[in-house]
Design a binder for this molecule. Sequence first.
Ligand code: DGY
Length: 353
Amino acid sequence: MGRAILSSPPFYPILIIGKVPEDLGQRLAQVGPVTYLDRNESLSEDEIIAAACKAHVILTEPPDRITPRVIEACPNLVMIAQRAVGYDNIDLQDCQARPILVSNTPGVLDNATADFAFALLLAAGRRVVEADNYVRSGQWLGFENDLLLGTEMTGSTIGIVGMGRIGSAMARRARGFGMRIVYCRAADSGAQIKDSDIVLDEKDHKWREELGAERMSMTSVLQQSDYVSLHCPHNKQTEKLIGAREFGLMKPNCIFVNTARGKVVDEDALCAAIAGGKIRGAGLDVFYHEPLVSDVLLKAPNVVLAPHIGSASEETRYAMAESAVNAVISAFAGKVPHNALNKEIFERWQEHK
Ligand code: DGY
């Protein structure tokens, strides 16, 4: 791969925002000179523009907002390689028009993210963080029969909202814990959708066979579940998908888990559900105004919080960076990256770049 690139001097300046393992960063030198922009906090549009205005390629992550203004201010930009599966920080529509090729990293983070979602579910259900605090703060005086009682996994029902790669990985974990699995897919949300409207496809039959999982309307999923775990992408259709109506449908003992995107949830409605005791607790890795977290959530002992680390295992974060680097190398060697989000522009892109 890339013979043409290797035999001619690289000339596509690349900006890597955030950290990428050194060996992978070095591989990009066959495409162009690499500059790194490290950050601990989210960058402003102006900061991204200042660093990226000469770049032809940017490697991004979820906090890096590539808005229409950024795109306009970076006239050389021809490719964005996102090191995440979610890409709601990138204005894909404006990228199409330019054209800017955009890739993400599907498939490499399913297990790590499902592991973490299940860890949050267990931590909230069995009150692991409360227990840890209890011991550390010296409150533990001896065994008590009803101390920090939690909820059982085995025999309970988990509701999975969004049964894609990560949702189905979550379902496999739930199966191992002896849980009943119900789920809904994107088309099944909305108050008007009834169970009888749902037409099962091949995947649904496979999941029923493999996991005993039952697809139903989102309304039924929320009404029947002891644990609800979100696994759908954030886009215009899913913005605040879970709001006051949806929390109102959940059982009072429900534990709500979100490792998808904060903006899929109306955080005010979530706070109201927690503060009013409408649900039992929550495990949250993502937030509406990330990294800001609502005060109610920060103070609630029955909410387990994490700083957007769902996919953060060493192996997976390496694989995500590798997937982004491979996408850039493929594209500049004339091969459509398998993980390009707008493959349809590739021919036009090759002429333009
Ligand atoms: C993703 O992949 O979208 C995660 O949120 C970042 O790890």
